[in-house]
Design a protein around this ligand. Structure first.
Ligand SMILES: [Zn+2]
Ligand SMILES: [Zn+2]
Length: 455
């Protein structure tokens, strides 16, 4: 297992020497990802190198237009590219909703050859869904180190007030100019850090999945992400002051996380139970007509919430489990259907159940998993022991001035408690929460999150 990170003379981030004998298929990313100071000035050359064409639509909102959009527009025009700007104007934060997506669509011309997004999550998603639908390549100019989705192929969008996901294009070129990223508000920087810290949980859950269910675990991707996150935790003060070094470390962690998705073709290394809970908050807040929390910020908070359950599990004695009692306490298939509809709503619950049919376990399968957890407990313990101390992560977020509690994200106790109980059911992806549930331990582990539900 090995890999090397380097930059070429053009500030292009390169992963090379990837050697891994895990069962996953590995593909090295083909995108051009640039990170450096002042590199925005090279944008026309980057576009030419990739032969994207001479006619583009440039998407920004009124804030990112001022930050970098206008300059990108001028630089491309000076190089002979015909640019149609599409500046989405909003009073508050821009939502990636049908109106924004439609605005971009209507800005497209018959001769448009590529799209350029100038912004962070919302702008990139609004642009990439159009790029996908129109079969056009895309360039992304990042304006904030706030999330790991620059390299993503899935767009979280808002449609009629609800969260939906649609396929999108991964940008062919991603330009992260540190001088631009530094101008992002500290709140967005904190959000990026929160998204990255969740990777410790994702990694532990992935390894636990490989122990319990023989899931393929890629140690190289695990290592790429861990190296980047460790570096980030050790440099929180640089990040807080938005120094060149700090911002580079943060954006590298976000980009490399995203790159593991391209290498192995799934998000196992970057999202698990902490993302389930954060998505649930987002979904429910929107359904209730409330402002959804910022993605990365809420992932940081949910990471702090689930972490103590992992540490506690290290002291567990699985030999004390009473299998007859666990069997007798199982939820029936009928009650599970009711539970899913209660927790996720009629439509949401039905969709999750139809997409994850194997999630209602037979007793034989549950028993197999319990026995595996008992046999391999030392391996599970070792992977949790490998996580940094909780205090270190907590301290890092505190020093940064990040959101620490659900209330900081505008989420009330009732939603928090429910989310902790239903997050394990959001998808098939294996997590320690499923181990706890299958071993009949979850209710006890969640007693700080009291929640009563009767079928
Ligand atoms: Zn995330
Ligand atoms: Zn591998």
């Amino acid at each position: 297992m090995s890999y090397q990170l380097s930059y070429d003379e053009d500030s292009r981030l390169i992963i090379s020497g990837l050697e891994c004998d895990c069962p996953c298929e590995h593909n090295l990313p083909e995108q051009d990802i640039y990170v450096g100071n002042g590199i925005l000035n090279n944008i026309a050359r980057y576009v030419r190198r990739r032969k994207l064409g001479t006619h583009c639509v440039l998407v920004a909102d009124n804030i990112t237009w001022e930050v970098a959009g206008r300059r990108v527009c001028e630089l491309l025009r000076a190089d002979g590219v015909e640019v149609t700007p599409c500046v989405i104007r909003r009073d508050g934060p821009m939502e990636p909703d049908e109106r924004a997506v439609g605005e971009v669509f209507l800005a497209l011309q018959p001769d448009t050859e590529f799209l350029v997004s100038v912004g962070s999550g919302s702008i990139t998603d609004t642009t990439r869904v159009n790029a996908k639908r129109c079969g056009l390549p895309m360039v992304c100019v990042g304006t904030a180190p706030s999330m790991d989705g620059y390299t993503s192929v899935v767009c979280p969008l808002t449609y009629r007030g609800l969260k939906i996901h649609r396929p999108g294009n991964c940008p062919d070129i991603i330009v992260c100019d540190i001088d631009v990223l530094k101008t992002a508000p500290l709140e967005m920087v904190c959000s990026g850090v929160g998204d990255v810290l969740g990777k410790y949980i994702a990694k532990a859950d992935w390894i636990i999945g490989s122990i319990i269910n023989d899931e393929a675990y890629c140690p190289t991707c695990g290592q790429i992400v861990t190296d980047a996150v460790n570096k980030l935790v050790d440099n929180v003060d640089e990040i807080r002051t938005k120094s060149d070094k700090g911002i580079r470390i943060l954006i590298e962690a976000l980009l490399l996380s995203g790159m593991t998705i391209m290498i192995i073709g799934h998000t196992r290394a970057v999202a698990s139970i902490e993302h389930n809970i954060a998505h649930y908050w987002e979904m429910m807040q929107m359904m209730r007509g409330k402002k959804p929390p910022q993605h990365g910020a809420s992932v940081g908070v949910t990471t702090l919430m689930v972490w103590p359950l992992f540490t506690r599990f290290m002291t567990e004695d699985l030999s004390r489990l009473d299998l007859e009692k666990i069997k007798a306490g199982r939820i029936s298939r009928e009650d599970r259907v009711k539970w899913m509809r209660y927790a996720y709503g009629e439509e949401g619950g039905n969709t999750i159940m139809s997409e994850n049919e194997g999630d209602f376990l037979s007793w034989e399968e549950q028993e197999r998993r319990i026995r595996r957890a008992q046999e391999r407990f030392e391996d599970i313990r070792a992977c949790i022991a490998d996580m940094p101390p909780f205090e270190k992560i907590y301290g890092a977020m505190e020093r940064l001035g990040a959101q620490m509690k659900p209330a900081d994200c505008g989420v009330d106790a009732e939603l928090v408690n429910l989310s902790m109980h239903c997050a394990k059911d959001y998808r098939t992806r294996y997590t320690l929460f499923k181990t706890l549930d299958e071993c009949g331990l979850l209710e006890d582990y969640l007693k700080d999150y009291p929640f009563e539900w009767k079928p």
